[in-house]
Design a protein around this ligand. Structure first.
Ligand SMILES: Cc1cc2nc3c(=O)[nH]c(=O)nc-3n(C[C@H](O)[C@H](O)[C@H](O)COP(=O)(O)OP(=O)(O)OC[C@H]3O[C@@H](n4cnc5c(N)ncnc54)[C@H](O)[C@@H]3O)c2cc1C
Length: 328
């Protein structure tokens, strides 16, 4: 392990000034992803800025009437079990509880979960020489390698990695807003614009700048909490990342769907939404034939590789089964 400095700022301004003056520094939240990457040699920070004293762990109603503000340092387990989350955003609670293990959820934070990196084997292990995400320009080992867990939508010939987060899939379906602070002040990014597709720059996972800090995630007031669902398919029933998952948030009134948001996980470099597919559900009665057409539209353009062909029918089945269960 390389020598490094460890600092524990007590306020936001100190944390921001440290990251600005130390380009190879990293923020430390729960450490559950950063330390793994460091031990593998993927990350090599010269300074750890421990942000755990910044007091960003609130889970509180927004003054706007009905929305919720979740601090970047709120632990995944605290968010998952908070009554405001279980009652108003059950899809978020379900997604968080489907991730990792209780011990990891006790340490992992909302900000760290938003920033967690792909689980692509070629990225995670520097013994593989090719990974454009870890070493831009070196090639993509997964493209012709063992690509069982890889993307089927939105990928590029530079990178076919997926975003591994469960929480972010639920946040996408809930249309969360990410609050950020940096040298030019505060800004807010819609979750849909926070994670990127790989394109020509797969080394960039998000639109967060290196000298910015996530402070909070805001959720809008929920419309209908009865027809929320997170469905995750994985190799084991616990302690495994999603092969395919879906967060479904429906509004239903008088037997008809009044609003629909569907986000898919495990299929792309970011949670995957297709507004045209969601629009097909507006004003219709829940029914399998419509759900199958919606699934086809969501997966339009999907492209699989040698080992992940199973993901296309699996994702279709997840969408149909999820919609049937959520609308029941
Ligand atoms: C064995 C194992 C199994 C797992 N299974 C799952 C799973 O099934 N589903 C799932 O979704 N996740 C899973 N995870 C991942 C886990 O959810 C993440 O490791 C965790 O959410 C990261 O949060 P953290 O606070 O520990 O982040 P850290 O490791 O502290 O930080 C991660 C990154 O985020 C940056 N960062 C942290 N906070 C901020 C902030 N406020 N602003 C800007 N940058 C910040 C750090 O600098 C670092 O680059 C698993 C992890 C492990 C180790």
């Amino acid at each position: 392990m390389n020598a490094f400095a460890y600092v524990r700022p007590k306020d936001l301004d100190s944390a921001l000034s440290l990251i600005r003056s130390t380009p190879k520094a990293r923020f430390l939240a729960g450490g559950t992803n950063l330390l793994d990457l460091w031990k593998m040699g993927v990350e090599q920070p010269d300074t750890l800025i421990d942000i755990n004293r910044l007091g960003l762990s609130q889970i509180a109603e927004l003054p706007d009437g009905g929305g919720l503000s979740i601090g970047a340092l709120a632990r995944n387990s605290d968010v998952a079990t908070h009554s405001l989350v279980t009652e108003r955003y059950p899809v978020l609670s379900q997604a968080l509880l489907a991730g990792a293990s209780p011990q990891l959820r006790n340490a992992a934070t909302v900000g760290g979960n938003l920033m967690q990196r792909t689980r692509c084997y070629y990225f995670y292990d520097p013994n593989f020489p090719c990974c454009n995400k870890r070493d831009p320009g070196s090639g993509c080992g997964a493209l012709n390698g063992f690509n069982r867990i890889h993307a089927i939508l939105g990928q590029s010939d530079q990178c076919i990695a997926t975003n591994p987060s469960d929480m972010c899939v639920a946040l996408a379906a809930l249309e969360a807003k990410i609050h950020i602070t940096g040298p030019s002040g505060e800004r807010v990014i819609a979750i849909a614009d926070f994670h990127r597709l790989p394109g020509e720059q797969p080394e960039l996972d998000t639109t967060l700048r290196p000298d910015e800090l996530i402070t909070a995630v805001d959720l809008p007031a929920p419309a209908d909490t009865k027809h929320n669902l997170y469905l995750k398919i994985r190799d084991r029933s616990s302690f495994a990342f999603a092969l395919v998952s879906a967060a479904i948030v429906l509004g239903i009134g008088e037997g008809q769907i009044t609003s629909a948001r569907i986000a898919l996980g495990g299929v792309a470099h970011k949670p995957w939404r297709v507004p045209e597919a969601e629009a097909m559900l507006q004003g219709v009665k829940p029914d399998r034939a419509t759900f199958e057409k919606v699934a086809d539209r969501l997966l339009q353009g999907a492209h699989a590789y040698r080992y992940n062909q199973y993901k296309i029918p699996l994702a279709r089945n997840v969408v149909v089964r999820g919609l049937l269960a959520a609308s029941a």
